[in-house]
Design a protein around this ligand. Structure first.
Ligand code: PLP
Length: 239
């Protein structure tokens, strides 16, 4: 359980503002436009009442990891003007719900999954924005496509008219020192840069870099992040 004092509305509001200030400060210090970085408030495990408080305090983009949990929250919060992003591992058999619920899906790592999303998006007349998840640390335990396979995956997905590739996402290996994570952020940005011109020829603009969490988002912004996914700094430790 999250401790009561950590999820009361005033605390959430204060922590959210603090995170937003840190994002702006980092942008200013490294010469980036603060509007080029969007905070994805990660709400996994948080009940709808807590998420509602966060939205009322200014959270405009939410990140959820689990389809079933998100379905319930989306329903309870359907009156709130907020953008939902999927950041968890997506199984092909949940593609239907992912397309229905989420404005952006950050975790596409196979042509097979993209085909399922394309099929479901086509059924409801949607063009689904997605990011390609890259396994920058080459960890067996993690999802994501290997860096050298991203080019082919983009070519494959370019064939799907109901999928719009917007960029890349990574969950680097865990280190408690942001400077040790930084090389992975840089690797993702460099990979994006190297594929940008080829992608352009297929009508794809790799604008978004989804990288950086509570412990390392400032380094991620310095390396080019456009979407930072932050939970703990806003809601406290999850159980
Ligand atoms: C939980 C989660 C986050 C948020 O991590 P914090 O350290 O709580 O900020 C970000 N990205 C993904 C993919 C997650 O699963």
């Amino acid at each position: 359980m999250i401790h009561e004092t950590e999820t009361n509305p005033a605390d959430i509001s204060q922590r959210l503002q603090m995170v937003q200030r840190r994002i702006v400060k980092t942008c200013v210090n490294c010469g980036r436009d603060p509007d080029s970085v969007r905070l994805v408030t990660v709400t996994k495990t948080m009940p709808a009442s807590v998420v509602r408080n966060a939205i009322q305090s200014g959270a405009a983009t939410l990140g959820e990891n689990y389809i079933q949990e998100a379905r319930e929250k989306c329903r309870e919060l359907s009156d709130m003007p907020v953008s939902w992003h999927f950041i968890g591992h997506l199984q092909t058999n949940k593609a239907k719900y992912a397309v229905k619920l989420f404005d952006v899906i950050h975790t596409v790592d196979s042509a097979h999954l993209a085909a399922a999303l394309n099929h479901e998006a086509q059924k409801i007349g949607k063009i689904q924005p997605i990011l390609i998840q890259v396994n920058v640390g080459r960890e067996l335990s993690k999802s994501g496509v290997a860096p050298e396979a991203v080019h082919q995956l983009i070519c494959d997905i370019a064939e799907y008219p109901h999928i719009s590739v917007r960029g890349m996402m990574a969950i680097p290996p865990f280190f408690d020192a942001p400077e040790r994570v930084r090389p992975y952020f840089r690797q993702l940005r460099e990979l994006r840069d190297s594929l940008q011109s080829t992608a352009k020829t297929m009508g794809i603009s790799l604008t978004e870099l989804s990288m950086g969490m509570t412990g390392d988002f400032e380094a991620a912004i310095e390396e080019g992040a456009t979407l930072v996914r932050i939970g703990t700094a806003i809601f406290g430790e999850r159980s």
